[in-house]
Design a protein around this ligand. Sequence first.
Ligand code: ZN
Length: 209
Amino acid sequence: MPFIWREYLVLAQHLQTYVSPVFSQEAAFRCAVSRSYYAAFCHARNYARDHQRFFPSNKADDHGRVRLHFKTRGEITVAMSLDRLRQWRNQCDYDDTISGLTVLLSSAIAEAQKILAHVSLPCWMWYPRLRIAFPIDELWDDGICTRWLERYLHPDGLTCPHGGRSERRLFRPQGHFPAYRCRACQGSYPLLTRTVFAKTRQRPATLVR
Ligand SMILES: [Zn+2]
């Protein structure tokens, strides 16, 4: 299973508040700035590769090439954010002394969040209803696909077909999909209720491909 690069950003945020008896806060903060950059860079590189016909060289020059790719597409803010992050990351990984590291880390996390939000497919908004495409790099199991399908098929929220209430609990699954029992009327309904997929026998991960 390919690594999900945005997990590095979660790690960076964790290091921001983590207090260790065995290493200094400076070591944690330097590491977190560096991880923030790689979360954003590798995510952006893979997105460009998978959706925008960018061909990585898988060498050091990819750092510049990815920025150039987004600049050429007119997505200057992504290129600029990546460049800022890379400079901060270089400082943290090479310089003997750094001032204002706390602020630097907050800025690095914010920049990485900006890039991850910008460089992603809001696919449930963009794709026409019946031709489902899915960001393959984010697809890895039925659980993820089920959550994605719920957002895609019920953009206003999944509600009970009998009374429109949203309070629910899990009920026995129907095929590969979860079903729910309404807390208000005790009626049961599957995730795929009132959709074109209501009678499907396929797995969630197959359905969204
Ligand atoms: Zn109900």
